[in-house]
Design a protein around this ligand. Structure first.
Ligand code: HEM
Length: 470
């Protein structure tokens, strides 16, 4: 039997029928994550749904995820759903394929290697200390903080100083508005506005153009500063990068889009991960206690350096578990170039495949009591026993997150330093649930937390009003 006739003979993929014309778009628009989790429960680990005119396959079978991201990754391109990203980021590492992507990845990779990333450690320590000093004053005045604003500022400042040699702190409030806006825009909501051409002066298109202008001005400032000081390892690589065919330097647009990609992909994700880690710990006093014991034993009161991070095994597991329950990039697409076979089902050319770390990470077949926060799931012997591709918060294969070492270093250092100085409790009345209407898994609303300097520990009971946080 030829591959084509064999593929044609494969079974039909199960999935919800939906309503005429719209298919499952109404459920997608109402609550995307809950809908996808339900589809996995009802139809299994490879399922099919119609979202308006588009047929989409949700894939969480670990071998099939591995095939899409690794073994047969050449058959899967970014595709139509990534077009949303392009409207904001333009042509950068996240949105392109083929030779363009490969040459860009090669050009910037040296700044993200495990060894190179240790240089980021001191920047994390400095930025975290600055934040905690401000927290001390606010705690003294009895003022709460909005945790997403704080974590976004911390990761933005760290990334900008360490990779781009630029202190972005004064611009952080303006950029937060831009970032809040673009993470919504980049997610496919299935609205009419998303389907209109980008040159039409719609409200949505005008706001994207405004955000790109703000970022364009910032890029110019950063490049000017780099030209004067030579600071910023990544900036150095970007300014020296050339096209492998023509030998010409990257154009100004190419540089702008790549910088925008790294700024956005790098700080928003890490901020969301830090936020969920802190909330999970605030709501799990036993985890906090175990982490305290480890941090006190390993660090004895001093700030952590990159060399300490490997010793902070439980703290690392706390971060890993938070990335399991709340993977910041919780769903992402691919388009099949040619026909493929996944888990015994035929996936026709040109169809879209959705991979969702959130759905895979909560699959009860591989995770006992999946909604519960339990860092001991990541005890090294259990990690070894788990099938591959049941956990992939940073993706996998050639397109795996370029910033994964940096993010993990940053998260472990920041979590340890915050734990050394503060306990957090969510203000009563804050109902915290993850929102699923943007590309990252942000909470639905601001998260106001009360700061308790560590010496004045709060009662060991779970803070009230923490809603859905596990
Ligand atoms: C907890 C933090 C982070 C998470 C959960 C995360 C997650 C991801 C995921 C899942 C992908 C793969 C998307 C796909 O295959 O379609 C990705 C790609 C990417 N990430 Fe991250 N990321 C994080 C931090 C960072 C950082 C710190 C940087 C840079 C400073 C970064 C830069 C990128 C870039 C440039 C890509 C595209 C890589 C490529 O296709 O070559 N990310 N990230």
């Amino acid at each position: 039997m030829t591959t084509t006739s064999r593929t044609a003979a494969l079974r039909q993929v199960p999935g919800p029928r939906g309503v005429p014309v719209l298919g499952s778009l109404p459920q997608w628009k109402t609550s995307t994550a809950e809908f996808l989790l339900q589809v996995q429960r009802d139809y299994g680990e490879i399922s099919r749904m119609k979202l308006g005119p588009q047929t989409v396959y949700l894939v969480s079978d670990p071998d099939a995820v591995g095939r899409v991201l690794k073994e047969n990754s050449g058959n899967y391109v970014r595709g139509s759903l990534y077009e949303q990203f392009k409207t904001v980021m333009g042509d950068g590492l996240l949105t392109t394929d083929g030779d363009f992507w490969k040459s860009h990845r090669r050009a910037v990779q040296p700044a993200f290697l495990r060894k190179a990333v240790t240089a980021v450690g001191p920047y994390v320590v400095d930025a975290t200390n600055e934040m905690l000093d401000e927290w001390e004053e606010r705690a003294h005045r009895g003022e709460p903080v909005d945790l997403i604003t704080e974590t976004l500022k911390l990761t933005l400042v760290t990334l900008s100083r360490s990779l781009f040699g630029f202190d972005i702190k004064p611009a952080a409030p303006v950029l937060k508005d831009v970032v809040d806006n673009v993470v919504e825009v980049m997610f496919k909501h299935g609205s009419v506005a998303e389907m209109l051409p980008s040159w039409l002066p719609t409200k949505r298109n005008r706001s994207i153009a405004r955000d790109r202008r703000i970022f364009g001005r910032l890029v110019e400032e950063i490049r000017e500063r780099h030209a004067r000081t030579g600071e910023g390892r990544l900036m150095e690589l970007i300014e020296a990068a050339t096209d492998p065919v023509t030998g010409e330097r990257w154009s100004d647009e190419e540089i702008r889009d790549e910088m925008l990609t790294i700024y956005l992909a790098g700080h928003e994700t890490t901020a969301v991960a830090l936020l969920w880690t802190l909330l999970s710990v605030a709501n799990n006093p036993a985890a906090q206690e175990e982490m305290d014991e480890e941090i006190d034993r390993v660090l004895g009161g001093r700030v952590p350096g990159p060399e300490d991070v490997e010793e902070l095994q439980y703290t690392k597991q706390v971060v890993d578990e938070s990335l399991r329950l709340y993977p910041p990039i919780w769903v992402y697409p691919r388009d099949a170039v040619g026909d493929d076979e996944l888990g015994g089902y035929r996936i026709p050319a040109k169809s879209s495949v959705l991979l969702s770390p959130l759905v895979s990470h909560r699959n009860p077949r591989y995770w006992d009591n999946p909604e519960a926060f339990d860092p001991h799931r990541f005890d090294p012997h259990l990690v070894k026993q788990r099938p591959r591709m049941t956990y992939f918060p940073f993706g996998a294969g050639a397109r795996m997150c370029i910033g994964n070492y940096m993010a993990l270093l940053e998260l472990r250092i920041a979590v340890a330093m915050i734990s050394q100085r503060f306990r957090l409790s969510v203000l009563p009345g804050n109902f915290i649930r993850y929102g699923d209407t943007s590309i990252s898994l942000r909470p639905m609303s601001d998260v106001w937390v009360k700061l308790h300097p560590r010496d004045a520990r709060p009662a060991a009971s779970a803070p009230s009003g923490t809603g859905a946080v596990a």
